[in-house]
Design a protein around this ligand. Sequence first.
Ligand code: ZN
Length: 165
Amino acid sequence: MTNYWNIPGIPRKGWTSENVYDVRSDGQSVEETDYEVCMMCNNERIRYVHELSHPAVDEIFKVGCICAEKMTEDYINPQKRENGVRNKSIRRSTFLKKVWDKSQKGNYTLSYRGHRFTIFKDKLSTKYKCVIDEQFGDHKFDTIDQAKNGIFEGIEYYKKKGLWK
Ligand SMILES: [Zn+2]
């Protein structure tokens, strides 16, 4: 593999980590995933993308973990952040495998650790809407799978805020 680390005009050090994300964060299967290519070393099939910024570069660089470590000269936090994203992805795939009940009215429901989730089709927009316990979500989803993923994100949000029991 070609080493792209000597891109003219691109600094090798002094980068700041802005974000780490999973290219499969919408619950996509392997087949329907668009993996990223590391912009620094051209390594392909990056699943966990590190977004880095540099004061002398206009563009946000999307790179893999090893390049992120070198570019930020931080050999602890990039892997730590990637592990956090990976753990969330594991929780997501566990949640998305759960079997929901479908009511006669066509609503999907799931009871889960003392909570109750409902997904129903909005009559006006014909899109799916979510209810977590008694709380109606604002988002509308095109597919039932996207709605289930929306419920998962809702749970994660409540957990982060310390509002999940
Ligand atoms: Zn790389």
